[in-house]
Design a protein around this ligand. Sequence first.
Ligand SMILES: Cc1cc2nc3c(=O)[nH]c(=O)nc-3n(C[C@H](O)[C@H](O)[C@H](O)COP(=O)(O)OP(=O)(O)OC[C@H]3O[C@@H](n4cnc5c(N)ncnc54)[C@H](O)[C@@H]3O)c2cc1C
Length: 388
Amino acid sequence: MNRKTDVVIAGTGAAGLFAALNLPQEKEIIMITKSDLRSSDSYLAQGGICVLRDEEDYDSYFEDTMRAGHYENRRESVDIMLKNSREIIDDLVGCGVEFSSENGEFLYTREGAHSRPRILYHEDITGQEITEKLIAQVERRSNVRIYEYMTMTDILMEQGECTGIVVRDRKGDSFCIYAKDTILATGGIGGKYQHSTNFPHLTGDSVEIAERHGIRLENLDYVQIHPTTLYSEKAGRRFLISESVRGEGAVLYDKHGKRFTDELKPRDVVTRAIREQMKKDGTDYVWLSMEYIDREKILSHFPNIYQHCLEEGYDVTKEWIPVVPAQHYFMGGVWADSDGRTSAGHLYAVGETSCNGVHGANRLASNSLLEALVFSKRAAKHISRDTL
Ligand SMILES: Cc1cc2nc3c(=O)[nH]c(=O)nc-3n(C[C@H](O)[C@H](O)[C@H](O)COP(=O)(O)OP(=O)(O)OC[C@H]3O[C@@H](n4cnc5c(N)ncnc54)[C@H](O)[C@@H]3O)c2cc1C
């Protein structure tokens, strides 16, 4: 049965949830997700979320983001993200998100290509902590209805303006959700790859739908490969070994137990070095060793990685683990301006599905959760302004 609402949001990851929370409560909102509410890449984020430490950090953080992005980033978007980062962290704390801290002060960690520690984290399950708290807030809103196992299969367009979406429910029935504004927040494209850290149901649906309607896309060939996922012969999603493990001192070894690269270079550089080494060695993986990180630090900062590796038969406090690069993040997507607006009227794109130019050709570690939150909030504010 067709439905009508003020705003429809496709996707219940951090971007979709935060957009819903930043829309006025007078608006009726429908959120849909292709799977269950918690099966989003946002939930999987391990390393953390970047934040501008202080005013002195601006130039260095800006430069780190640009250098990682091969200077193809949109400077305006990077500037907006950095300047809004502290406000976003305050918002998250206001929603109940707890970041690791000591004596009332946040602890910051570092990942590859960051020139200083500026990443807030919650153990190694930052994404779960953030997403759970956002879900709790959204569930309290009486103006938001969430439908699980409902897939957006198309958008409705009338004279260049989006008027809603077409969906298919779990029984296979299709219907329309008419909306004054539509937000695409359907995440990445990892489901299209054999080896990916993403959920398999994330298959770039918004990008395909947008292309069908001639909506502007950008940088479709900019796909980030994560250098270190746990090697496995089993099919399915690859388990990420967060970059902050290397940030805290883990090193990479070739088959002879020799280091072959600087582990803290940007992801694309480390990935290339690993692939070349695997080719040289004739192996399907290289080794990652945490021998230089204290056992206590491993157990307190990386309990999830420790536990998962243990279940796979590796005790990371005692032995090296085999790691291999896998598809991880999509820098391209549906073109969006700094308010999340696409080239079609009343159609917004936020989070990994969008391309607002923050990441350029390559994303700096832990910039994506921040980018998703900053720009989904802006899109929500824009929708509010537009319809006041
Ligand atoms: C293992 C892992 C670790 C990561 N670690 C970090 C980190 O430490 N720091 C960081 O900043 N980033 C990290 N990232 C990246 C980050 O998590 C994502 O880029 C970000 O969370 C994307 O948020 P999103 O809301 O755009 O998409 P997602 O959180 O992926 O949500 C997408 C949503 O869209 C829904 N959907 C998809 N297609 C459809 C459709 N056709 N119809 C309806 N619904 C649909 C999905 O069901 C889901 O609800 C990590 C990613 C992975 C995979």
